[in-house]
Design a protein around this ligand. Structure first.
Ligand code: DGP
Length: 112
């Protein structure tokens, strides 16, 4: 499968890793939109959050267990935002589910 984030997880494409466990990989976004901008992805290829099922939902639980650890390590004690884009209207550019952690400043109130 020709998937950019699968290649990053596999080390074929370099990334600035910030966290890894059995199910989860997290790395800095190449085009940061806030002082802290980390992408958290399942090691298993899941195309988007719209593809989550009871059979693969352990990956989502693992991601949301990792997120507070990453946020603490990044110094985001004052708050942060977690976003996942889905499909065409959601402007998802990479078809491997990922959660953006954005923080390090007061974020805009508007989300859309
Ligand atoms: P989205 O638009 O939600 O699909 O977000 C995809 C993000 O992936 C976007 O913020 C930029 C980031 N990105 C794309 N290619 C690379 C890459 O090769 N390395 C890293 N670190 N991030 C990438």
């Amino acid at each position: 499968m020709d998937c950019l984030f699968c290649k990053i997880i596999g080390g074929e494409i370099p990334s600035a890793k910030v966290y890894e466990d059995e199910l989860v990989y997290a790395f800095r976004d190449i085009n940061p939109q806030a002082p802290v901008h980390v992408l958290v992805v399942p090691k298993q290829h899941i195309a988007s959050a719209d593809e989550v099922t009871v059979d693969n939902s352990a990956a989502v639980a693992a991601i949301f267990t990792a997120i507070p650890k990453i946020a603490a390590a990044e110094g985001l004690g004052n708050g942060y935002r977690v976003i996942t884009n889905i499909g065409e209207d959601g402007c998802q550019s990479v078809k491997h589910m990922h959660f953006h952690i954005l923080g390090g400043k007061k974020l805009p109130e508007s989300m859309a």
